[in-house]
Ligand binder design. Structure first.
Ligand code: ZN
Length: 418
């Protein structure tokens, strides 16, 4: 039995699609179901690639709406850190399951995660059916004496994650240059090279981070990472808001990827805008992320792609600076191969795709891509398929209630809600 899509619209044509196991076998006008096939009747639906969330902390859904609008340090010290200190593996599991429901509903098929209890994250990903690159946040408080113990944790986690589901990619997640000692960053670089494992790090999110880096190391953040050997084609830099021209040249030469998180940047008021056009012109691969649900507060990438386009236009004082077609390629991973989604619906590609309701008011009338970027929310997604498995069909997700209830129980236990 194969999964077959019947009567969908793809690039203006009416097509069918046959999935064999976890790959797209054929797409075209002549594909028809055979007896025994599992048929997705896609009349009135658009067939689209899934979206990829290049930077998040999924289980922070548990802290969604908790202490919003407080000054940053008050929010972290009084709300987020005390709550995180109480987190169990069970809490992270349910927070991630809730995040997965939200992502499946809004068309995300893969996410890059950095959060505590990564084995619980991997279990949630496996149970939800999504794909994810999972990292333990590596933090030693800039104390080199804690570096060896941290390395042992990192290696143990990589091994545990390597034994997880094939949809889970183990990664290394040094939190940031202001929370991880140079000694630790050095072994991260070494481990990443030896084991060919991606590195996911926050970089150049705030102007203060740049000033502190120059004061401590005499160079700017990207130059500091490069000196350590951590700026490579395996590196994902989350944010990159304050990268200057020289750093952009360097990042481009080294082949590192930047994931921009426009909504999180606006909400946390970082005061700058990621220099997308310059990054693109330097050949830097770029992806899109939500960041965690405590600082966004949504995991619906349709909101982020709209903000990406708007903020780039606004900063450039030019409505042509970021066309919808280009923003869409960023959201679907086409401009960042390391993120792992080709953004293509074609024979031979992994069977990760969406069906969207073309009759939705937000998609009516006008150009589909423009409507997806400027008008739609994730609610236009009707069906989400990952690795040939139908995770949402007609807006229904199996075990959604269980994920909600588990997350609510955890939020209550943590004291986030009464
Ligand atoms: Zn983050």
């Amino acid at each position: 039995m194969s999964l077959v899509v019947r009567g969908a619209r793809l690039d203006g044509e009416q097509v069918g699609m046959r999935v064999e196991q976890d790959r797209i076998a054929t797409v075209g006008p002549d594909v028809q179901p055979e007896p025994g096939d599992d048929v997705l009747d896609a009349a009135g639906m658009g067939l689209l690639p899934g979206l990829v969330n290049g930077h998040t902390h999924a289980a922070m859904t548990l802290m969604r709406g908790y202490g919003d609008d407080l000054p940053l340090m008050e929010w972290l010290q009084d709300r987020i850190w005390p709550t995180e200190a109480k987190l169990t593996a069970d809490d992270v599991y349910w927070g991630t399951r809730l995040a997965c429901v939200e992502m499946i509903r809004s068309g995300t098929v893969r996410f890059w995660d950095m959060y505590w209890q990564p084995e619980a994250v991997a279990r949630a990903v496996e149970d939800a059916g999504l794909r994810a690159a999972v990292a333990l946040p590596l933090v030693d408080g800039l104390d080199p004496d804690r570096s060896d113990a941290l390395r042992a944790d990192a290696e143990r986690t990589l091994e545990a994650l390597a034994g997880a589901n094939a949809r889970v990619t183990p990664t290394l997640g040094p939190h940031a240059i202001y929370t991880v000692s140079e000694k630790s960053l050095q072994w991260v670089a070494q481990l990443s090279a030896e084991r060919d494992v991606p590195v996911h790090i926050h970089l150049s999110e705030t102007e203060g981070e740049v000033h502190d880096c120059v004061a401590a190391h005499g160079v700017r953040p990207a130059q500091y990472l490069d000196r350590i050997g951590l700026l490579t084609p395996r590196t994902i830099l989350a944010h990159g808001v304050w990268l200057d021209d020289e750093e952009l040249v360097l990042v481009g030469e080294r082949g590192a990827t930047v994931v921009t998180n426009p909504v999180s940047n606006l909400k946390l008021a970082v005061g700058g805008v990621f220099p997308y056009a310059k990054a693109r012109d330097r050949g830097i691969p770029v992806g899109l992320g939500t960041d965690g649900a405590a600082s966004n507060n949504s995991l619906d990438l349709f909101q982020d792609v709209k903000h990406l386009a708007l903020i780039q236009k606004h900063a450039a004082r030019d409505p042509a600076a970021m066309p919808a077609t280009e923003a869409w390629t960023v959201a679907t991973g086409q401009r960042a191969p390391l993120l792992g989604q080709s953004g293509l619906v074609a024979a031979g590609e992994p069977a990760d795709f969406l069906l969207v309701r073309l009759g939705a008011p937000e998609l009516t009338p006008g150009d589909l891509t423009a409507n997806l970027v400027y008008a739609a929310a994730g609610s236009v997604v009707d069906t989400t398929v990952v690795a040939g498995q139908v995770l949402m069909r007609g807006g229904e997700i199996a075990n959604e209630a269980e994920a909600r209830e588990g997350a609510i129980a955890s939020a209550r236990r943590l004291g986030v809600i009464g």
